[in-house]
Design a protein around this ligand. Structure first.
Ligand code: PLP
Length: 287
């Protein structure tokens, strides 16, 4: 089945889709993106993802390339053309094409690229066995709440994780506290049973999965706190996990080669994963 991408108004074969060499996304990472997970053919939490896209664009003074309704329609058409039932929709908006000059051009049309691909969110071994992570200094800029395509520090940290045989790198601020993963939010369960994740600020991306998990935790009566936690607390925690659109709730069982808890996915982590799957199934049933 041929794969299609949507590029500035046209559906093109994925392997022939391209953008201009003076697109500011290419030259300056002057753009933002979203990853919307898809289950049973339906985008999950599409509305908060589009809210975050709008907010990221507004923070950078880039216009929405089309209405939200139009973005939703293109998403569905891409899923249809690509036969995606489980996977993701990728949306990227840049400031557009202009002669290379750091300051913003007076007039450019934002450029829009959308793609979709299949992924298996089933009973992968990462959910059953958990994953190893490493910790690295957080080298990023001060506006991590904007989902920009400028991901070089994240790529460098993820590469370090890959070379260490780890799934993710948790980034650590100057105070020794974990900010977040390179493409995920980080969580611990204290020995007391309390769930902890860093509070929202410009230090982290405001994860949509994070938001949903907190709502589920509140509904299920799980005690939680939004605050920074240190690497020492992570190592002393009874459970740890990371969340993202594509990793759902992924148990963390080793940090820098040391075992977390008893070295197996923790019971609250697994309950949150199960509740998250129920939540997704509920969205499908209500559609
Ligand atoms: N933090 C960073 C740096 C990310 O890149 C991501 C997702 O890509 C997340 C957190 C998790 O966000 P979400 O749950 O919206 O996927």
């Amino acid at each position: 089945m041929p794969r299609y991408a949507y590029v500035n108004g046209r559906y093109l074969p994925h392997d022939r889709a391209s953008v201009h060499i003076e697109d500011r996304g290419y030259q300056f990472a002057d753009g933002v993106y979203e990853v919307v997970p898809v289950a049973a053919g339906l985008p999950i939490d599409e509305s908060p993802h589009l809210d975050r896209l709008e907010r990221s664009l507004a923070e950078l003074g880039i216009a929405m390339p089309m209405s939200r309704r139009a973005l939703e329609l293109v998403s569905r058409e891409l899923l249809r053309r690509n036969g995606v039932m489980n996977g993701l929709i990728y949306i990227q908006v840049t400031r557009g094409v202009a002669a290379r000059n750091h300051a913003f051009p007076a007039q450019t049309r934002p450029a829009l690229v959308m793609t979709s691909k299949r992924m298996d969110f089933g009973e992968q071994s990462k959910f059953k066995n958990g994953v190893a992570v490493i910790t690295v200094p957080d080298l990023r800029w001060a506006r991590r709440d904007i989902k920009t395509v400028n991901l070089l520090p994240n790529c460098m940290a993820k590469q370090e994780a890959a070379e260490a045989g780890a799934y993710e790198a948790l980034q650590v601020d100057g105070d020794g506290n974990v900010t977040e993963g390179t493409s995920s939010n980080a969580w611990i369960v204290e020995r007391s049973g309390k769930l902890v994740t860093r509070h929202l600020s410009s230090d982290i991306l405001h994860g949509v999965t994070r938001r949903t998990i907190l709502a589920i935790a509140a509904e299920e009566g799980v005690d939680f706190e939004e605050r920074p936690f240190s690497v020492d607390e992570l190592l002393a925690a009874s459970e740890a996990f990371v969340t993202s659109a594509t990793s759902f709730v992924t148990p963390v069982v080793r940090v820098d080669g040391k075992t977390v808890g008893d070295g197996a996915p923790g019971p609250l982590t697994l309950r949150l994963l199960a509740w998250y799957r129920d939540y997704i199934a509920g969205l499908r049933d209500r559609a």
